[in-house]
Design a binder for this molecule. Structure first.
Ligand code: HEC
Length: 131
């Protein structure tokens, strides 16, 4: 491979890596503003439950990730098969909670704009447990 074609390959790989997530990468700073819609019921601090469970470390965690929080039967059932809150499941739940998880007790209409969902997920990704 010549220098030129390997450079092309590197650039291409970098571009592919950036577009790899199926959903657009969000803007965490804007997500913080979007989170105001969630903050009445959710905190991002570990162990701090309100009406809804703490959202600390929720991204990439199993559905129903807060031990001791009383989830609805619907949410428990949704998580039974080992479902994970990844980009796709979070996106669907935040768009239309009661459609994605029929019977969820999260009384929230949903975020209609895909950017708002991507942004708030990017915001939540910042609150991760240390590996
Ligand atoms: C009116 C209160 C309320 C609002 C507003 C609300 N939620 Fe929730 N949320 C809940 C409740 C209650 C649950 C538990 C649902 C269940 O058990 O069915 C929940 C569950 C969740 C879960 C699943 C957590 C887990 O541990 O499995 C996520 C993720 C979530 N909410 C994100 C959000 C985001 C992001 C927003 C803002 C865009 C939001 N919620 C707005 C009340 C709310």
């Amino acid at each position: 491979m010549g220098v030129k074609s390997s450079l092309v390959a590197v650039v291409f790989a970098a571009a592919a890596f950036h577009t790899m997530p199926a959903l657009a990468e969000g803007d965490a700073a804007n997500g913080e503003k979007v989170f105001r819609k969630c903050a009445a019921c959710h905190a991002v601090e570990e162990g701090k439950n309100k009406v809804g469970p703490s959202l600390f470390n929720v991204v990439d965690s199993p559905v129903g990730h807060v031990e001791g929080y009383r989830y609805s039967k619907a949410m428990a059932a949704y998580g039974e098969g080992g479902a994970i809150w990844d980009m796709a499941t979070l996106d669907a739940y935040l768009e239309a909670p009661r459609k994605a998880v029929k019977g969820t007790k999260m009384a929230f209409a949903g975020l209609r704009k895909p950017e708002e969902r991507a942004d708030v997920i990017a915001y939540l990704m910042q609150f991760k447990a240390a590996e």
